[in-house]
Write a protein that binds this ligand. Structure first.
Ligand SMILES: [Zn+2]
Length: 140
């Protein structure tokens, strides 16, 4: 699943769940595992994975900056990168020429990682982002 989708869902969870910071952090990391189960399209195996990766990262970063500029509390904004952080091991894996070990359970080859066609995967990921955005705005 794209980093920005994890980021948006993490922000939505943090907007709804008013618990201690560490409990919300655990929840958003668990949401990463659940999202990786959902059938989706990953750009990591495409010819332009680096370009896709930069667009994904910069779009997620821009979202966080907009939220900070809008006065969103740090305790919510930080859950975006915490939710997406496990994908750094995918980045390291790809950057190493697929030799580095993937440490996060939903990235192991034995994990039932969700896959689907590009069009369906993009549509589903955009739908999750829009639903998350509705929650973020409604909770603000
Ligand atoms: Zn992941």
């Amino acid at each position: 699943m794209w980093v920005i989708v994890h980021t948006y869902l993490g922000l939505a969870i943090a907007s709804l769940v008013h618990r201690p910071f560490w409990q919300v952090a655990v929840l958003v990391v668990l949401s990463h595992v659940l999202l990786d189960l959902v059938p989706h399209w990953d750009y990591g195996l495409t010819a332009h994975a680096v370009v896709w990766g930069w667009v994904d990262f910069l779009a997620a970063l821009a979202t966080l900056l907009v939220l900070l500029a809008a006065g969103t509390p740090w305790s919510i904004v930080l859950m975006g990168p915490i939710s997406g952080a496990p994908d750094f091991d995918v980045l390291l894996h790809v950057a190493s020429g697929h030799h580095a070990r993937r440490w996060f359970p939903s990235h192991w080859s034995s994990f039932p990682h969700g896959h689907c066609s590009m069009n369906a995967g993009i549509a589903l990921q955009l739908a999750i982002m829009v639903a998350s955005l509705v929650v973020i705005v409604a909770a603000a």
